[in-house]
Design a protein around this ligand. Structure first.
Ligand code: NDP
Length: 458
């Protein structure tokens, strides 16, 4: 029988806990990865035992499914209190069994206060801390936060979570690249024209102005999740898939990643949706949404071109883009290959470049290649080989939690990388704050300003 660990969720009354964290825990406990978890939720809000029980049961979809899950449901409790109060934190540790994982499902400013409160008490041996993005507000903020955390516990027990690293298709990239003869030999600037990473959503603000209006698409998506995907696409082969080797390769490639030509004005574009129609429903302009402060000029669509200064990638554009209020969901990595240097005379017809499309959601892989035509065999056509990669057993948060419970930080962001990701995008943040890049508008339900290169479907 696995030893019991306690998951203490700070901010248990919040959106992340209910929508992502608890369902992730449920998927983990229903799987065969063998963790025995006592669950403690906490927050300033009141929750009767019945209310908390209902929240947890909803996450399990009424189906405990395994003995481990049943035990977690039976032993779960909510302890009301302020997580920034050291006395309350002591009480939480007293209620815990086995090693504790403290998950900060809190607004970032509150997380910082909790870390300072933890510095004032004796924390239990074996404590692990799990922190969400955004990790700090800039490079210096991330460095300060790292220094504070290290006063409480050592680096190997700090989990800076990025649930995109728990997404099965992102993890699939590692197998695809390094377990096949087909891809790795052509995975370089000799053969690849460009790499695009998209995360476009139809959804608009959905009442999350308090968080999103301060972040915007650049910080919400590109600075965090999409740079991690870029690293997985661009890194060299790690010696092994573990916390030291994989994270070292990620760190190494991100140290070579820069805004294209060092010029944020030419390398970035930003937009904000105006009123429009999505799925037949009228959507108000972002600027008219509740809680939006128009003086912030928050972007709901961001596109940034990066370059990676290594022998492998010199000259290959990496274009990262994310938007809200778009006409369709587009969550994918699209790799476009260079054309062949020459075609034999007599092979005719339109040729478009080979492409590899890794769809993050739904989980599919699509290889687009040129083949002989069905009519005249020497008139070329495009053929697409598409496969469904299948639904993973664990949700991305389930995968992240599995790493935390198994004391394995392979899929969490190393401290220096958290700082580096801020340093990479800082020139863009500065240029946008100084209004050096215009804030363009696009109607909600469109594919962005028409002249953006990434607005055109490949
Ligand atoms: P919420 O804004 O929903 O806040 C979570 C909880 O924090 C609240 O329920 C509240 O609980 C507590 N809280 C708020 N203010 C204070 C305060 N002044 N002092 C003490 N506690 C406070 O956040 P989310 O759940 O949306 O997000 C949590 C973290 O996860 C954030 O860092 C966010 O960036 C990150 N994240 C969120 C995602 C999401 O989809 N929601 C996705 C990815 C990351 P109470 O009032 O009961 O104390």
């Amino acid at each position: 029988m696995a030893e019991t660990s306690t998951l203490i969720i700070l901010g248990a009354s919040g959106d992340l806990t209910e929508r992502l964290l608890l369902p992730g825990l449920a998927s983990l406990l229903k799987s065969d990865r063998g963790v025995d978890v006592k669950l403690i939720g906490t927050g300033r809000s009141e929750r009767s035992p019945k209310e908390w029980d209902d929240v947890v049961k909803t996450a399990f979809n009424g189906d405990a499914g395994s003995d481990l899950a049943k035990r977690t449901l039976a032993s779960s409790e909510y302890i009301q209190g302020d997580p920034t109060d050291p006395e309350h934190l002591k009480k939480l540790f007293e209620a815990a069994e086995g090693d504790s994982v403290m998950y900060f499902a809190l607004p970032p400013a509150i997380s910082t206060k909790v870390i300072k409160a933890l510095e004032k008490i004796d924390v239990p041996d074996g404590l692990r801390l799990a922190l969400e993005k955004p990790f700090g507000n800039d490079e210096e903020g991330a460095r300060d936060l790292n220094a504070e955390l290290l006063k409480v516990i050592p680096e190997e027990r700090i989990h800076r979570t990025d649930h995109f690293l728990g997404r099965s298709t992102v993890l699939d990239i590692i197998g695809l690249r390094f377990a096949n003869r087909l891809f790795e030999p052509v995975w370089n600037s000799d053969n690849i024209e460009k790499v695009e990473i998209f995360y476009d959503e139809i959804l608009g603000l959905e009442g999350r102005a308090q968080y999103y209006d301060k972040a915007g698409a650049l910080i919400d998506m590109i600075q965090s999740h999409l740079l991690q995907i870029l690293a997985i696409i661009a890194m060299d082969a790690p010696a092994s898939i573990d916390a030291i080797e994989l994270r070292s390769e990620i760190a190494r490639v991100l140290r070579a990643t820069w805004i294209k030509d060092g010029d944020p004005v030419t390398a970035s574009r930003r937009g904000q949706y105006s009123a429009g129609t999505i799925d037949g429903k009228d959507v108000p302009a972002y600027a008219d949404e509740d809680g939006v402060d128009n003086s912030r000029h928050t972007e709901t669509l961001a596109e940034v071109e990066f370059e990676i200064k290594t022998r492998r990638w010199a000259g290959v554009p990496f274009i990262l883009r994310s938007g809200k209020g778009m006409t369709k969901v587009r969550k994918e990595v699209l790799i476009t290959f260079k054309p062949v240097p020459v075609l034999p005379a007599g092979l005719t017809g339109a040729t478009s470049p080979d492409t590899l499309r890794i769809e993050i959601s739904p989980e599919t892989l699509e290889l687009g290649v040129t083949t002989n035509g069905k009519g005249n065999p020497f008139s070329l056509e495009k053929s697409v080989f598409k496969t469904d990669l299948g639904k993973p057993e664990l949700t991305p948060y389930g995968e992240v939690l599995s790493g935390i419970f198994h004391d394995d930080p392979t899929l969490s962001i190393r401290g220096d990388v958290a700082e580096r990701c801020w340093a990479i995008v800082q020139p863009v943040i500065d240029a946008w704050q100084s209004d050096l890049v215009p804030l363009e508008t696009y109607p909600a339900g469109s594919s962005g300003p028409a002249d953006w290169t990434t607005s055109k479907e490949a």
